[in-house]
Design a protein around this ligand. Structure first.
Ligand SMILES: [Zn+2]
Length: 55
């Protein structure tokens, strides 16, 4: 199904067998988006992997 990228507002295709919590990347802007819910599709920006700066 198609939805809209919340980062670039481009069309983003979500495979029908996607699941909640899956990370998809937008082909338009390369943003990583987490599928927050499937019906209706809601996306959230995937959290960036945090750098562990340490001491
Ligand atoms: Zn995008």
């Amino acid at each position: 199904m198609d939805t809209q990228c919340i980062s670039c507002t481009g069309t983003l295709e979500i495979p029908a067998d996607s699941y909640q919590g899956e990370i998809v990347s937008c082909p338009g802007c390369a943003a990583e988006l987490e599928i927050h819910s499937m019906d209706p599709v809601e996306l959230a920006l995937a959290p960036e992997p945090e750098e562990d700066w340490g001491e």
